[in-house]
Design a binder for this molecule. Structure first.
Ligand code: F6P
Length: 337
């Protein structure tokens, strides 16, 4: 049964209470996953506070007072990777860590007996840092199998938890363990994440399409036509039936799609299967949506290597069904128009 809690519940309590419920239901739980989620919760607060200081780094640096860490200011993406690796390596339940920022996974000494592996994109959308636009951290947790790098190559459906932290107007942690999606908003004064949406379901249909139009020339004719249709409908009815929104930070674009519905796509094979597509697909499916690479559900795609990139299409159920119908509606030549 899905664990339900009152809006305003602290994340830490939520994590432990939902584990307690599982135990009452007779599930064999070791509490390991809860501890890992707690490590992510703690680290994300540190990252959030570093990000809030980002614009001040130079100013503080030039005054000669202190810099962010009391040491050499690192680039934020390096710093976030460092903080996550450092903190998660101390967690005895984590056997291996893969990061978008590291060529190879690491196997921390403390996690020798751990049963879980974690992969993450420490700071997604980092090109948006300099312009003070929302960015995020994305994570995915799977079970250890053989204890080798290959364990990371399990399909998305083997994830036991996934989530993201959005550093936006407010900091939000959104995650699923396969029992629905819950949103937590960081109340910065006490430094606590509070439940702000429980078992979130995205709208069945939305009027927003989110494609990077400047890369139109890289898409095949199916995607070009699909986006053209939205513009044609607007032209025919003489008003915006559909609107385009594209932030260029996956976390922010997915978050908007979860809330307002619609379709998001990056057809260019830029996004990473392990660090971006799998965790986002898990969340979107748990919220009632669909995520594909056009031919297969993302959750079924078996990764070939840890830094593999794929096309990603995700969104509300009906938008995604429309997209599928569109793709099947005429013979695919694979050509660019
Ligand atoms: O993968 C990094 C990233 O910044 C994502 O957060 C974002 O969705 C994407 O790149 C933007 O890609 P593009 O340049 O193709 O629009």
């Amino acid at each position: 049964m899905t664990y339900r809690a009152e809006i305003g519940t602290h994340l830490t309590n939520f994590i432990y209470d939902s584990e307690e419920q599982e135990r009452k239901e007779g599930k064999l739980t070791t509490g390991s996953l809860s501890r890992i989620l707690r490590s992510i919760e703690d680290t994300s607060k540190l990252i959030s506070s570093e990000i809030r200081m980002a614009g001040l780094a130079d100013i503080i640096g030039t005054t000669g007072k202190v810099n962010i860490q009391g040491e050499i200011v690192k680039k934020l993406d390096e710093l976030t990777n460092y903080l996550l690796v450092e903190n998660l390596s101390k967690n005895e339940r984590i056997y291996a860590i893969a990061s978008e920022e590291m060529e190879k996974p690491i196997f921390p000494e403390k996690g020798k007996e751990g049963n879980y592996i974690i992969s993450f994109d420490p700071l997604d959308g980092s090109s948006n840092i300099d312009v003070n636009v929302s960015i995020g951290t994305i994570f995915s947790i799977k079970k250890k199998i053989d204890g080798t790098e290959k364990d990371f190559l399990q399909p998305g459906k083997e994830q036991v938890a996934a989530g993201y932290v959005l550093y936006g107007n407010s900091t939000m942690l959104v995650y699923t363990t396969g029992n629905g999606v819950n949103f937590f908003t960081l109340d910065t004064k006490p430094g606590l994440y509070l439940l702000s949406e429980s078992n979130w379901k995205m709208p069945d249909y939305g009027h927003v399409y989110s494609f990077n139009d400047s890369k139109y020339y890289l898409w095949d004719e199916k995607d070009q036509d699909f986006v053209e249709k939205f513009k044609q409908v607007n032209k025919i009815v003489g008003k915006n039936m559909y609107t385009a929104r594209y932030i260029g930070s996956l976390v922010a674009d997915v978050h908007r799609t979860l809330i307002q519905g619609g379709i998001f796509a990056n057809p260019t094979k830029k996004l990473r299967l392990l660090y971006e597509a799998q965790p986002m697909a898990f969340i979107v499916e748990q919220a009632g949506g669909i995520a594909t690479n056009r031919t297969e559900n993302i959750m079924d795609v078996v990764p070939i290597e840890i830094h593999e990139r794929i096309p990603l299409y995700l969104g509300s159920k009906k938008n995604m069904e429309d997209y599928k119908r569109h793709c099947n509606s005429r013979k695919y030549t694979g050509k660019k128009a």
